[in-house]
Design a binder for this molecule. Structure first.
Ligand SMILES: [Fe+2]
Length: 201
């Protein structure tokens, strides 16, 4: 392993630094046998969360972008398992990645979002996850349309009002972020680089 890396894995497998970088997260996903399409989704969530965090940091917030990148890349690593959020959180905890684990554990059910001035990294990952469709940013409207259609296909049209209520709550947060940034989330994600977001402005 490159000794210049700020984060290293000790012999016991416990992280001695803070957060694994992209390459290290991708290695964990490979070791875990996470399917390629899930990895694509994880990259997209990481990229959207990172882009939001960086834009907010440029205007005074202090998000830990390394944490956002790692938590995004690892959040669905166990998605093909039952209670995948718990499995992935345990995997991270076992390696000393407590903050990543805490975000991953709640990402499926996180509710409600904090308001703008109290946003944290969990909010940004969960917001990113709810605006990504498979491996691309889609925005809240397309993502929710997809979820409603899926519920209908699966014989549960009665879920629609609840899904729309949740969408409206998420919209409140998106509206406040967009007003603060002076641009829309769609605009912010226009030129996103899913493979290299941390090195591209
Ligand atoms: Fe996800």
């Amino acid at each position: 392993m490159n000794t210049m890396m700020k984060t290293t894995i000790s012999n016991t497998g416990i992280w001695q630094g803070r957060h694994p970088d992209r390459q290290q997260c991708l290695q964990m996903l490979e070791d875990y046998h996470t399917p390629e399409h899930v990895i694509g989704h994880c990259k997209a969530v990481a990229a959207v969360g990172y882009t939001l965090g960086r834009a907010l940091n440029e205007r005074g917030f202090r998000f830990d972008l390394d944490l956002i990148l790692a938590a995004g890349l690892l959040h669905d690593m166990a998605r093909v398992e039952d209670m995948h959020w718990e499995a992935a959180a345990k995997y991270c905890e076992a390696r000393g990645l407590r903050q990543e684990a805490a975000i991953i554990r709640v990402h499926m059910t996180y509710d409600p979002f904090n308001d703008l001035e109290h946003l944290d990294e969990t909010d940004l990952i969960c917001l990113a996850d709810r605006t990504v469709l498979e491996d691309r940013y889609a925005g809240i409207d397309r993502r929710i349309d997809y979820i409603i259609n899926k519920a209908i296909r699966q014989g549960h049209p009665e879920h629609k009002p609840h899904i729309l209520r949740k969408k409206n709550e998420t919209k409140v947060l998106i509206d406040s972020i967009e007003a603060f940034l002076g641009c829309t989330m769609d605009q912010l994600m226009e030129r996103i680089d899913y493979e290299n977001v941390e090195h591209v402005k």
